[in-house]
Design a protein around this ligand. Sequence first.
Ligand code: PGA
Length: 251
Amino acid sequence: MANILIVANWKMHPPTFREAKKLLEKAKKAASKRKHISLVIAPPSVYMRELAKGARGARLAFAAQNAHWEKGGAYTGEISMQQVKDTGASYVLVGHSEVRARGESNDDTRKEIAAALSAKLTPILCIGENERLPSGAHFSVIREQIGIGLKDVPQSALSRVIIAYEPVWAIGGEKTLTPRDMHEMAIFIRKTIVDAHGAQGYNVRILYGGSVSENSAYPMLQDGDVSGLLVGHVSVDADRFAELLASLSKV
Ligand code: PGA
């Protein structure tokens, strides 16, 4: 049974630490019965240290939703990769579309990936087009996001990078990409990486994100050519998320 990576992006939820603890307990319980699932929780950073401490020994990892590339300095409101690592996280989302919408550029993602790797964090580079046009122009958007984002990654570190393809138009609702379209995109992503970085690029793991639900998770993992999923709003609904994990027993 292949190992599946499920990343739960809690975004700016839940409102209290008490609720965060409960949500984590339920997710942990649902995942514990499924040894082929590696669960990564991306909570708001203020909850990270306590949650990670409480989860010690569990087959569970943590991700920051965003972090800065500088080691330190006058960056009010930001956190560094080293600070993220110090809270107990081992992954970091880079270039999430909601962060890009606030001004993050491809060049910023390039610096964040380098900083994450040197802090011994696994970067998850989020890519995705805002809209799909019949011209197929979205492929150039993806090529550029990958090209610049991974530009400084040495070949030896390439397999430590994860790509999460999240078409922006599919985020936050119930409208999702078809597994067939994901399969096509996964081939394109791999080819783009291999063209720029050589055969090591075949080892890069690809996740799908964008309205993943208890209904769409299994078909996407079966036919979408991805090794995992990035789950947003369904991951903060404990019952739906447990159902989603349960639906993966057959994968
Ligand atoms: P969603 O979010 O599952 O709510 O679409 C995914 C994401 O933004 O990472």
